[in-house]
Design a binder for this molecule. Structure first.
Ligand code: FES
Length: 129
């Protein structure tokens, strides 16, 4: 059993922002083929800021804690600021993750990133019409 920090346990037991956003502005889904875990992030954007972020994670305890932390870190940030949330920053905010669980924090940052890219792509398409 890996040893988790108290913060990881706390976010795992009481994850924030779980769920789905109806009519999201962007969606990002990532999976890890090795562990089979899947994470989906939904974002709502207002004035270039993340007005809301929700997620659904089918994964290990660390993946759930990471998703919860990423959502908390991202809400209220501009899209460019949110893109700078790295797996390392997420792990640091959680007071560290066991080495073999570091890929879980990669998933969180990637899923948020993908959701932002998805939003930007949609915007670009709209602009062309
Ligand atoms: Fe795969 Fe945690 S074990 S996301």
């Amino acid at each position: 059993m890996p040893i988790y920090s108290e913060k990881v346990m706390e976010h795992f037991m009481n994850p924030r922002n779980v769920g789905e956003i109806e009519d999201p502005d962007g969606i990002g889904e990532v999976g890890n083929p090795v562990c089979g875990d899947v994470m989906t992030f939904y974002i709502k954007v207002k004035d270039n800021r993340l007005a809301d972020v929700k997620f659904k994670t089918f994964g290990c305890g660390a993946a759930i804690a990471v998703s919860s932390m990423v959502s908390e870190m991202a809400i209220g940030k501009t899209l460019d600021e949110a893109k700078k949330i790295t797996p390392k920053l997420v792990a640091d905010e959680l007071d560290g993750l066991p080495k073999n669980k570091f890929h879980c924090s990669n998933l969180g940052a990637q899923a948020l990133n993908k959701a932002i890219d998805n939003y930007r792509k949609k915007q670009a398409k709209r602009g062309k019409k």
